[in-house]
Each structure stands twice: as C-alpha cells, then as structure tokens.
Design a protein. Structure first.
Length: 204
C-alpha cells in the first residue's frame, strides 16, 4: 500500500538489494532543503540537485553544496538530477540512506525514482539546474580566512532577531593586514533598533 499518491513502497528484499549496490548515505544532520528556493515561480530551485557526486541547493541568493561520494555502481545508477526533498526527509529515518529506484507507470513504463526508508519517490524533471559551484571564488583569490563556531553563529543571528541584513566587520593588526584572530563584530538594525554582536574566531 502506498503512503500517498507520490510514493510507492518497495519490498524489503528489493530495497536492500538496491541499497547494497547503489546507495549513498547523507548524514541526517544535513538539512540541505533549507537552502532551496521557496518561490514557486523558480521551480528549478525547489528541490536539491545531484551532480558529480555532490548535492546542490540554492535559492539564488545562497547556496549549499555537500559532497556525497558515489561508488562506481551508484554513479551509474544514481544519475545526475533533482532529488526530492520528501525522499531526503524520509531517509533520516533510515540512517540517511538514499538509493536509485524505479516506479512502474501503467504497469510497464519505468520512471526514475529515489528509494528512501522503503518507499520510492519520483525524481522530478524541473529543468536545467544552475552550475552553483561556478560562483565559488577561486581559492587563489581569497585574502584571508576566519573559522567560527556554527552553533554560536546561529545563536547570534537568532538573538539579533534574524535581521535581513547584517554587517560583518573584521579588523587589521595595525599595519593594514587583516587579523583573523581578533573578535568579529556584527551590526544590524531591526525596526529602528540597533543591534551589535561579537563573535570570537576559532583556530583554523
């Protein structure tokens, strides 16, 4: 029995066989769907996209790329294309395992799908996905790098009222050279109220 109109259950044996030969495992801590667009007119960006062993998500203003190395068998089976958010969410109940699968249409025609937690989810054809990785600046052009605690950063943004715009300030060591060990200052204005935050960098 199917869970809904968009999923079809597979047998345990079939699912296990698929997972053994062509599965990828996405750590359940990753919430890549949060980087997808929610604008229904930008339908190409509504679901993550698998390309060259990497899962991409973007809304046009931000992007997240996660490495998901594929075995040779998985690479042949899990072709590039959109990966349903519903499948990614379902996979978290089964250790983050996603595998290739197919769905029978009219009893004979096969449609590409993704198997997650015993159900097969159709892979939507949403059109050409942008080459997100091309907007990443070349490493040789980076001026300096700062490492920060991700949890602290999230807590600061929440504490500041999740403003639409935050200015991030870095300081120099006195001779104009950026100092990546000095406190990082963040400033914003929320409904006319000025908010300032400071975050200590971590050692890289």
């Amino acid at each position: 029995m199917s869970n809904d109109t968009t999923t079809t259950e597979t047998t345990t044996t079939e699912s296990a066989a698929i997972i053994e030969t062509a599965a990828i495992k996405l750590d359940k801590r990753f919430r890549i769907e949060k980087a997808c667009s929610k604008d229904q007119t930008r339908y190409t960006l509504l679901e993550p996209y698998l390309r060259d062993g990497k899962l991409h998500a973007t809304d046009g203003r931000l992007a997240v790329i996660i490495d998901v190395p594929l075995t040779e068998t998985a690479r042949e089976t899990l072709t590039d294309g959109h990966v349903p958010i519903a499948a990614i969410k379902a996979s978290r109940r089964n250790g983050g395992i996603l595998a290739a699968g197919c769905i029978l249409a009219n009893g004979k025609d096969e449609t590409s799908g993704i198997v997650a937690c015993g159900a097969t989810y159709p892979r939507p054809d949403l059109g050409t996905y942008p080459k997100v990785d091309q907007v990443i600046p070349d490493e040789k052009n980076r001026i300096f790098s700062v490492s920060v605690n991700g949890d602290y950063l999230k807590r600061i943004v929440d504490a500041m009222g999740t403003p639409e715009s935050i200015k991030i300030h870095f300081v120099s060591d006195g001779d104009g050279t950026p100092d990546c060990h000095r406190p990082i200052t963040m400033e914003s204005t929320v409904d006319g109220v000025n908010v300032t935050a400071v975050l200590m960098p971590q050692r890289i």
